[in-house]
Design a binder for this molecule. Structure first.
Ligand code: RM4
Ligand code: MN
Ligand code: MN
Length: 397
């Protein structure tokens, strides 16, 4: 048992002296949810090879089992993003019941428009109407699955793009994309959303059809109330100010969700918060700031990682831990003070106000919340002691 009481008292007193509503912070932490991806539990690899791990999930039910384990230990991951056709199943009602019996639910449904020969030159933007129709029908199928499962979000990443100048016409592709997505949106129920993910490179390297947040926002504006932008932290050029993008999207009411991960060079999908924890903090700082200013927000927090060096479940727990901890740090920023310093143009103290929260050890707050939620204080340790890995290695042969 972690003995955190004294540390908690000191932290609580310190925060209350600053005028921070500690109970409010704890309430928000208890309500925070982050979705884990089914593909994070299955074997994956680099661009060069797939590395198999003993005991990794082999099908959608096993992926749900692993995700349920992460939720059991963290208490904040009750939904699992599914990828179609990777997670195709013949009886969705049965699968839904199965998920619920494990204590989890399907989350965002991710169509796959990047693994079929027909899509080599594009899917929703393809010059051939037949290919576009095939792609639209696949998303339509995903929407039907979502309706069966009670999922509200369709999370769309397009691999569309070109490798060679002159290969295709940018504007024509843009028009085809708008038309295709217009049709896609017409199949959504009024409480469903299309989350549009942008990425400036890969698998094509000359251009992609949705390279950045601006393009994704133009699209989502044209598409109307059903469409929002999804920010994958790995999909920006190095040095991009992601927190500013987040602030603008939130302010425009168009931020639909996140794919959390971290990058060093490209779309590395490394452990969230492992390379640049301060960037993650600054992103959460914008979210908390917007929320405290009363902005209307409906944001799907999701992890998009699939690891093949670390144990997959341990890695997911690590990411969840980093996300939760960072959110807590953003919640304890002294916003009143920050605003005052900003108004007085006291740059040094304004910056220090952020750094102070970032530097604070918030673990006692997290322990308190976990204790009240009835989950292990140290989920990683609890996982190692659970014997889960040994169990699935035996079962999954
Ligand atoms: C992309 C993007 C998508 C993910 C695929 C596999 O880079 O991040 O979200 O579904 O990879
Ligand atoms: Mn992604
Ligand atoms: Mn990605």
């Amino acid at each position: 048992m972690i003995d955190y009481e004294k540390r908690y008292e000191i932290l609580r007193n310190m925060l209350e002296d600053e005028g921070i509503d500690v109970e409010g912070v704890e309430r928000k932490l208890k309500n925070f949810r982050v979705e884990t991806p089914s593909w994070g539990y299955a074997d994956s690899g680099t661009r060069f090879a797939v590395f198999k791990q003993k005991g990794s999930a082999r099908n959608v039910k096993e992926k749900l089992q692993d995700a349920a384990m992460v939720h059991k230990l963290t208490g904040i991951c009750p939904t699992v993003a599914l990828h179609i056709p990777w997670d195709m199943y013949d009886d969705w009602d049965e699968l839904l019941k199965y998920a619920e019996s494990l204590g989890v639910k399907p989350g965002a449904i991710n169509p796959n428009l990047f693994q079929d020969d027909d899509y080599k030159l594009g899917s929703l933007t393809h010059v051939d109407k037949k290919v576009r129709e095939k792609a639209i029908n696949h998303i339509k199928e995903c929407i039907e699955i979502a309706k069966r499962l009670g999922s509200k979000d369709i999370s769309l990443w397009l691999a569309d793009g070109t490798n060679h100048p002159g290969q295709d016409d940018f504007r024509k592709r843009k028009h085809r994309l708008e038309e295709s997505l217009g049709e896609v949106c017409s199949y959504l129920n009024s409480d469903m959303r299309l989350l549009i993910e942008y990425k400036f490179f890969e698998p094509t390297f000359y251009h992609t059809d949705i390279p950045d947040w601006g393009t994704a926002m133009i699209l989502s504006r044209k598409l109307g109330d059903r469409a929002y932008v999804l920010v994958d932290l790995g999909h920006h050029p190095l040095g991009t100010n992601i927190e500013q993008i987040v602030a603008i999207l939130v302010d425009e009411g168009k931020l639909g969700g996140f794919h959390f991960n971290n990058k060093k060079y490209a779309d590395d999908d490394l452990t969230t918060g492992s390379i640049n924890p301060y960037e993650l903090f600054l992103i959460f700082n914008e979210l908390v700031s917007a929320e405290e200013d009363g902005l209307k927000m409906n944001i799907a927090y999701m992890i998009d990682e699939s690891h093949n060096l670390k144990n997959k479940i341990e890695e997911m727990i690590q990411s969840v831990e980093n996300i939760f901890k960072t959110y807590a740090k953003a919640l304890i920023v002294n916003r009143k003070l920050l605003r005052n310093y900003q108004e007085e143009c006291d740059i040094v103290m304004a910056e220090n106000t952020l750094v102070k929260a970032f530097d604070t050890d918030v673990m006692p707050l997290i322990y308190k919340v976990r204790e009240e939620m009835g989950v292990p204080l140290d989920p990683l340790k609890a996982f190692r002691e659970s014997g889960y890995v040994e169990k699935v290695v035996k079962e999954r042969v």
